[in-house]
Design a binder for this molecule. Structure first.
Ligand code: ZN
Length: 166
């Protein structure tokens, strides 16, 4: 005999797939959702659907956006000669919060990790190289994460970029 109705079990399993959420938290979240008023539960569902439908990669920097270009790439007030290369859209959010950086970004969507089977071709490196060839970029800041994968990626990019004289 099941301890839970199948629908509750399924909802709990979905929450348990989220990073950092164990079974116990997943159960708590499932019950939280069930106890929400219909409208609030609907908002929750539509926020997920809308984010999945509307967000895609910026045509230039590969950050997430709901338009063709992200606000940074659209802005006329950014320093277009500097590009900061990061692993993840969250890195852009963190840097934007500091308000200390006024250049452009390029989001790789990950880092080189042979252990996980992630090579340069799985990242947005071709897009970066294309930008470096066509835009007036004079400085590239490699701001990948301070771990083995991030440093491997930065070293790889440094080797690629060096011959360009940037
Ligand atoms: Zn962009």
């Amino acid at each position: 005999m099941r301890a839970f109705p199948a629908a509750l079990e399924r909802l709990t399993e979905q929450f348990a797939r989220l990073p950092g959420v164990g079974m116990k938290s997943a159960q708590r979240l499932a019950f939280f959702i069930l106890e929400l008023p219909d409208e609030a539960a609907g908002d929750f569902v539509s926020a997920i659907t809308e984010a999945r439908e509307k967000l895609h990669e910026c045509a230039v920097c590969c950050d997430l956006t709901d338009q063709e270009l992200c606000p940074v790439c659209r802005s006329a007030e950014r320093d277009e000669t500097t590009v900061c290369v990061v692993e993840d859209p969250r890195d852009v959010m963190a840097l934007e919060r500091t308000r200390e950086y006024n250049g452009l970004y390029h989001v790789l969507h990950g880092a080189i990790s042979p252990m996980d089977g992630i090579g340069p071709d799985d990242l947005r490196i071709p897009q970066l190289m294309q930008r470096l060839g066509s835009e007036d970029i004079r400085e590239v800041v490699l701001a990948t994460n301070p771990n083995v994968e991030g440093e491997t990626t930065a070293a790889y990019l440094a080797r690629l970029i060096k011959p360009l004289g940037i």
